[in-house]
Design a protein around this ligand. Structure first.
Ligand code: MET
Length: 396
């Protein structure tokens, strides 16, 4: 293995905060560099076509990247590979494969399983709304059985290729016991969407998940300026994902790879700071008569969900410091109404069954001062509505 950027041996197991800064920066010092280079090449020159053919054959066999330049950018990219290395180290997996978005990453996993003749998926609600929709609509030819964690074993079939859970879940922050769920899956791969927790709070692979999914757009990037997805997994599955990525083209741009690697360096600091503020806001919301219910994970984290007695649209319209926008994981605090945005695409009855009520608001806590955030949130909650008021407009 190459030496790290500061020359320390990689054989020593290092703490997460150290890995966050150094993993993926291997070999820079030897190149005389401090920051990772951004390789924008779409193709790579070679006068040896026989060697190129052999390298393509080697990649096509198992999705293993050949030594040296990647031939063509759809096979791989050195800047993106640094991010993949960094994320794999943080999640404690052999490999990671990055995509253009979280949905592209999930799609690649589903296609990999379908290609193996295993098109049945078992999934637990709630999931992020578009993940739910992708499965429910069967857009990729998969068939889904929705169940709760206790029903997973009974839901498995000979053609089940994947079990899918998200914990803490978007948007209710419901948690599952990942180790117990992994046990219920038997030999079927378990995919855990770890977007909300991040490897700072939870490393699903340590509890038996074979695949760990992230919308890297969120905490991994951390600044609301890069869209990406990534799957952390063993090298065998990673090879399949690279082949799917090559065939379907959902590659990550190298600049995004650079921004994500930079984001990983501050991930532990950002997540811990935002989580402390989120915990405090959750505590204040729980003690506020204008709030009917607060959802905050046992695991902690920077996401808070809460149900208001009043009209949730009014709260959204009144925030001034907090950004009224979907998405999460940025340095600034965001608030959105899942029934209107992130989970709009989920059938109303299914959404309600999953615990995503019409009065639920989802807060992604950023790095601002907690008193400033509380002042804004408290102002937005308004003076009245300490008891439920009817929702008049077209809220399903
Ligand atoms: C297009 S809606 C959702 C974006 C993001 N996945 C979220 O949950 O906020």
């Amino acid at each position: 293995m190459e030496s790290s950027s500061n020359g320390a041996a990689d054989t020593v197991r290092r703490a997460l905060a150290t890995e966050a800064v150094h993993a993926g920066r291997e070999g820079l010092t030897a190149q005389g560099l401090h920051t990772p280079p951004i390789d924008l090449s779409t193709t790579y020159p070679s006068h040896d076509s026989r060697d190129e053919a052999a390298r393509i054959d080697a990649f096509a066999a198992e999705g293993i990247l050949p030594e040296g330049p990647p031939v063509y950018a759809r096979l791989g990219n050195p800047t993106v590979a640094r991010f993949e290395t960094g994320l794999a180290r943080l999640e404690g997996t052999e490999s990671a494969v990055a995509f253009a978005s979280g949905m592209a990453a999930l799609s690649a996993v589903l296609l990999a399983r379908s290609a193996a003749g295993l098109r049945h998926v078992v999934a637990v609600r709630p999931l992020y709304g578009c993940s739910d929709h992708l499965l429910t609509a069967g857009l990729l030819g998969t068939e889904v059985t929705w169940t709760d964690p206790a029903g997973i074993t009974d839901a498995l079939r000979p053609d089940t290729g994947l079990v899918l859970v998200e914990s803490p879940a978007n948007p209710t922050l419901a948690e599952v016991d990942i180790r117990a769920v992994a046990h219920s899956c038997g030999t079927v791969p378990l995919l855990v969407d770890n977007t909300f927790a991040t490897p700072v709070l939870q490393r699903p692979a340590e509890h038996g998940a074979r695949l760990v999914l992230h919308s890297a757009t969120k905490y991994l990037g951390g600044h609301g300026d890069v869209m990406a997805g990534v799957v952390a997994c063993d090298e065998e599955f990673a090879g399949q994902l690279r082949l799917i990525r090559f065939a379907t083209g959902g590659v990550l741009h190298p600049l995004a790879g650079y921004l994500l690697l930079r984001g990983l360096a501050t991930l532990p600091v950002r997540v811990r700071a935002a989580s402390a503020t989120a915990g405090e806001l959750a505590r204040r919301l729980a003690g506020d008569a204008r709030v009917a219910r607060v959802h905050y994970p046992k695991l902690g984290g920077a996401m808070v969900a809460f149900e208001v007695h009043g009209d949730p649209h009014e709260v959204i319209s009144r925030v001034r410091l907090i950004t009224p926008a979907v998405s999460l994981g940025s340095v600034d605090t965001l608030i959105q109404h899942p029934a209107s945005i992130s989970h709009r695409i989920v059938d109303t009855a299914d959404r309600h069954d999953a615990g995503v009520g019409d009065r639920l608001l989802r807060l992604s806590v950023g790095l601002e001062d907690s008193e400033d955030l509380w002042a804004d949130l408290s102002g937005a909650l308004g003076e009245r509505a300490r008891v439920p008021v009817p929702l008049h407009e077209a809220v399903n």
